[in-house]
Design a protein around this ligand. Structure first.
Ligand SMILES: [Zn+2]
Length: 334
């Protein structure tokens, strides 16, 4: 076989593997479906960890990732915010009362579009130094782009600091928690970072989880799945939004189940949350459509992680509910 055939065959096998994924969420999964009244918290889930919270007065966004560049761009190309797609997202789905954007870390699947959304909406953006470097990055290919306008309001997150939305409806406490185990670098980003950028240029910096306090509920948003140790000690929440990506890759069952149980105990059992919303389970190389698809088997095993989580939820009397994609639903603590 000629070398080119071998390469084509290998790429073909890789492509098949990247398209083979568990059916997830399972058919029996429970979803939020009610709509919210003014003063209640509504949530809109855009895949991965990008969620908009709105009570009619204040709207806040956790993470900013809508462009969802495909596998080819990630593996062989360079990444930029998809400006046309983002303008449409702002028109259709971002309310005019959005005033605060919080970014967990500087990887592309959390931070890629946050700066551009902030520039289009005038919202204040909060993130680590690395996340703000991505938010401020200029685009070398389009010097007149809105992307190259300066950010109006931004603030570097400090661990344990409390931030308030414009009308004080949401109080957001930033808590540094570990990033999930990753083959990619865990360093901080290069200050000279520009768009378009290679996937390996998005170095995460610190990772932050967020306790979002509102008069109707306390929501703990854990943005990356790993052993939490004492990072969340003493925090209480009604709802935990739980990232489950990257924690199911360990092949040794005993080690994997133990890690997931430790993660659950810190994020759910110890906080007293009675509702858990799994997030960061979808294949973020696919566009934001009606139906999100789980990470391929070769990348992660969210089905395995979920099986363990279901046992723990039953043990602790916790309900697991999913958020539908790109729909506004009432986020209630039962
Ligand atoms: Zn990451």
């Amino acid at each position: 076989m000629a070398l080119i055939n071998i390469i084509v065959a290998l790429v073909g096998v890789g492509a098949v593997a990247l398209n083979s994924h568990p059916d997830f969420p399972p058919l029996t999964a429970s979803y939020f479906y009610e709509s919210a009244e003014h003063g209640e918290i509504s949530a809109r889930f855009f895949g991965t960890t990008t969620i908009l919270f709105n009570d009619g007065e204040d709207a806040i966004l956790i993470d900013g990732f809508f462009s969802r560049p495909d596998k080819n761009k990630i593996l062989f190309g360079r990444l930029s915010p998809d400006k046309a797609r983002l303008k449409k997202i702002v028109e259709c789905c971002i309310p005019s009362n959005l005033n605060s954007i919080f970014v967990a870390h500087a990887h592309h699947d959390h931070a890629l579009d946050a700066g551009f959304i902030a520039k289009l909406t005038g919202a204040t953006i909060y993130g680590s130094r690395s996340a703000l470097i991505v938010a401020n990055a200029v685009d070398n290919t389009e010097l007149k782009s809105v992307l190259n306008a300066p950010l109006t309001n931004q603030e570097i997150i400090r661990n344990g600091s409390v931030y308030s939305s414009k009308n004080n409806k949401f109080k957001v406490i930033a808590i540094e928690t570990p990033h999930s185990a990753s083959l990619l670098s865990q360093d901080s980003i290069d200050p000279d970072f520009r768009f378009p950028a290679k996937i390996t240029d998005f170095r995460p910096g610190e990772n932050y989880s967020f306790l979002i306090e509102h008069e109707s509920a306390g929501i703990l948003f854990v943005t990356s799945a790993n052993k939490l140790s004492d990072a969340l000690k003493g925090l209480k929440a009604d709802i935990t939004i739980l990232s489950i990506g990257g924690i199911g890759t360990e092949t040794n069952e005993y080690t994997r189940v133990k890690l997931i149980e430790e993660y659950w105990n810190a994020a759910v059992k110890a906080t007293g949350a009675k509702v858990v919303v799994p997030v960061h389970w979808d294949d973020f190389t696919r566009p934001l459509g009606e139906t999100l698809v789980a990470f391929p088997y070769v990348i992660d095993r969210v089905d395995r992680t979920f099986a363990t989580i279901q046992v723990l939820a039953k043990r602790d009397g916790v309900a697991i509910r999913f958020m539908p994609t790109n729909k506004v639903v009432k986020l209630a603590p039962q």
